[in-house]
Ligand binder design. Sequence first.
Ligand SMILES: Nc1ncnc2c1ncn2[C@@H]1O[C@H](COP(=O)(O)OP(=O)(O)OP(=O)(O)O)[C@@H](O)[C@H]1O
Ligand SMILES: [Mg+2]
Length: 252
Amino acid sequence: MTAPAAELAGVSLSLRGNPVLEDVSLRIEAHDYLAVLGPNGGGKTSLLKILLGLLSPDRGSVRILGRPARRAHGQVGYVPQHVRFDLAFPIRVMDVVLMGRLGAARFGRIGAQDRAAAEAVLERVEIQGLAQRPIGALSGGQLQRVLIARALAQRPKLLLLDEPTASLDERIGRSVWELFEELSEEMAVVVVSHDVGAISRYVRSVACLNRRLHAHPSKELTPEILEATYGGPVDLLAHGHPHRVLEPHEDS
Ligand SMILES: Nc1ncnc2c1ncn2[C@@H]1O[C@H](COP(=O)(O)OP(=O)(O)OP(=O)(O)O)[C@@H](O)[C@H]1O
Ligand SMILES: [Mg+2]
């Protein structure tokens, strides 16, 4: 049997003395397509950093692909919330995607195989025509795809994306959600997003995080769940998609 992509049990984390995560337990199966939603400061990015092995919890256990988080690092792809490179820096799309191959490259050298792998992922995210384009000359949606391609280039078994559709228009955003769905046939996909409409439409399960986490086996999101998570009413008709409203959350 394949190990789950991730298994967190009783995870608590404080940063500078402030509690960020409390008693979080979560199991992510090999082909899950999971959305994590919750208010600003609710701990979503911190949770991803724990899954990446960049932060260690104060309490609780973390297993990634059946191993300690640090040892699985090379198999976890990450698209961060804020990109920290200088867009004026003269680097091309292909070079950014090849960065994703550095961990896998033999002796840290990029070879023909790595280039072929990078070309394949550019094709996968449908921007093969942009390989030689400087990154400063891309639209927001194109840049987002480049970052997804970089994460895919390392052939992850677990793909973590932190608000990847925040700057995308409706049409491009939709195609990215569909791409994640396809990718979840090959890997576990975890998407942090505030887009309730897209979540109810595309993902297979939802976890609500506001320091504590409530996982939902399906994408059931009721007004009660959302209010309990965000601490106030949330527009259920975000992006105009009507929403399935099912059983209320048992804790709320
Ligand atoms: N390096 C850090 N040092 C101290 N506190 C931090 C650090 N990083 C995050 N925090 C705090 O931890 C809490 C959770 O932050 P986190 O970035 O995980 O939230 P988030 O859910 O991703 O929020 P957003 O929706 O705004 O991206 C916040 O209160 C934040 O101020
Ligand atoms: Mg965040």
